[in-house]
Design a protein around this ligand. Structure first.
Ligand SMILES: Nc1ncnc2c1ncn2[C@@H]1O[C@H](COP(=O)(O)OP(=O)(O)O)[C@@H](O)[C@H]1O
Ligand SMILES: [Mg+2]
Length: 417
């Protein structure tokens, strides 16, 4: 069975260790490395665990204490509607199986569960497409036009200018495309989007977490801030010493839900490569790695590039943007390319007075100084992204108006689905 992407997450609710071992043995033989089995014994803990893990499949043993499997199916359907519930019953307990199916279970298994039955149920659940498939103009299947592009902007260290890049590029792409654009601040240690946009809203990305299993447009819009530039921002809480990590399933749900609503989603990512950092990288279509021509930045960039390679990301998932490329005393672009064995896709010029002035005022320079070389560079990058990483509705348009930009160094076809 082809299980592409992340390992299949299965949550088992059963008070019997033997049942867990039985399932684990079948799965390890049939799906080696392709699954994660989580086990909870108590129904009262199971709902919370399901909300945290957002498993693809929940298997519910009918031998529960104090509740029935069908009741738990009803609870899971309310709490984690995207998870498929499967009940495991004794051969004499088919009434409970029927009841569970009426409550919304996708299938039932007879205990002791045999490998073929379990695999066939998993295959049926996995076969159901998560996104609608359509055909583009030349008949190539593409993902639904409702799915936008999610892009993280990351830097090897703070101070490189990746927040400035994220803010101005997000606004530039909104100005050019007139599409809905989201800007997410996922730099929880050193947030900057709220300052760059002069936002004073109380809601942050953490307000989405309790509702992460059933995010929809109205929930997203009630939490996000509509900025005067036209983009929607999802700020981070103010910097704090103890940051609650956001686990991969929740990051995936947030990114996916935003993709349903926004044509473009830019995520200003933290620089420390912890689990939340990896979760965002794994959840997005593309990575913009922002560099500046300084030795310390390049040294850390190597580490990041090695991390991307180690995690198996195709080279085309990342594009390199050299910020402040003409900075006095900076390392020349050609030397950076040689040193890091990379191709710089785009360059942004140096203008410290303007960048700092605009960041300090909380007015993005693309709005206050649209004719500056910096603003034109961000617009050029936005055009580059629209041409080389088009969203499906942009692909279906006759052509994206493109001005040749002196900053464009290379043409890398990226993130096309
Ligand atoms: N293209 C640029 N030219 C000159 N200075 C810049 C440029 N982009 C950003 N800066 C400045 O660099 C500093 C760090 O920018 P910021 O976007 O906050 O970086 P990061 O998010 O990587 O920490 C700020 O003072 C900002 O004004
Ligand atoms: Mg920043």
């Amino acid at each position: 069975m082809a299980l592409i992407g992340h390992p299949l997450r299965i949550l088992l609710l059963s008070s019997h260790e033997g049942f867990r071992d039985n399932l684990d043995q079948i799965l390890s033989e049939r799906l080696p490395g392709g699954y994660q089995l989580f086990w909870v014994t108590l129904p009262e803990v199971a709902e919370k665990r399901a909300r945290e893990l957002l498993p693809k499949i929940i298997i519910i043993d009918d031998a529960l204490v104090g509740t029935s499997a069908s009741h738990m199916v009803r609870r899971f359907r309310q709490q984690v509607p995207k998870s498929a519930c499967v009940v495991a019953v004794n051969a004499t307990n088919t009434r409970e199986a029927q009841q569970a199916v009426l409550e919304g279970a996708r299938a039932f298994l007879i205990k002791p569960v045999n490998g073929d039955d379990l695999l066939s149920v998993i295959e049926q659940i996995m076969a159901e497409p998560e996104v609608e498939i359509e055909e583009n103009l030349v008949g190539i299947p593409i993902r639904s036009t409702r799915k936008g592009r999610a892009v993280v902007i990351v830097a090897p260290k703070h101070g490189v200018g990746h927040t400035t890049l994220a803010v101005n590029t997000a606004i530039a792409i909104h100005q050019l495309s007139k599409k809905k654009v989201a800007l997410v601040d996922a730099d929880f240690r050193a947030p900057g989007v709220d300052l760059a946009l002069n936002l004073h809203e109380q809601y942050t990305i953490y307000d989405l977490l309790p509702r992460v299993s059933h995010l929809d447009e109205s929930i997203l819009m009630s939490v996000m801030t509509h900025h005067t530039s036209g983009i929607y921002a999802l700020p981070s809480p103010p910097p704090q010493r103890h940051i609650q990590p956001i686990p991969l399933p929740q990051v995936q749900e947030i990114v996916l839900a935003l993709k349903e609503v926004f044509t473009w989603q830019f995520i200003d990512l933290q620089t420390s490569p912890d689990d939340t950092f990896i979760a965002f990288l794994e959840s997005v279509d593309g990575i913009i790695l922002c560099l500046s021509p300084e030795l310390t930045v390049l040294r850390n960039a190597r580490l990041l590039l090695d991390l991307f390679a180690a995690r198996g990301y195709p080279r085309e998932k990342t594009i390199i943007v050299l910020n402040r490329w003409d900075m006095k005393g900076g390392i020349p672009a050609s030397e950076i390319e040689k040193r890091l064995r990379i191709e710089i896709a785009y360059r942004i010029p140096d203008d410290q007075p303007l960048a700092t002035y605009s960041n300090n005022r909380g007015i993005p320079l693309i709005l206050s100084h649209p004719k500056s070389a910096l603003a034109r560079a961000y617009l050029g990058l936005a055009r580059h992204l629209m041409q080389y990483c088009p969203t499906t509705d942009e692909m279906l348009q006759p052509a994206v108006a493109l001005n040749q930009s002196p900053n464009r160094l290379s043409f890398i076809p990226l993130w096309k689905t």
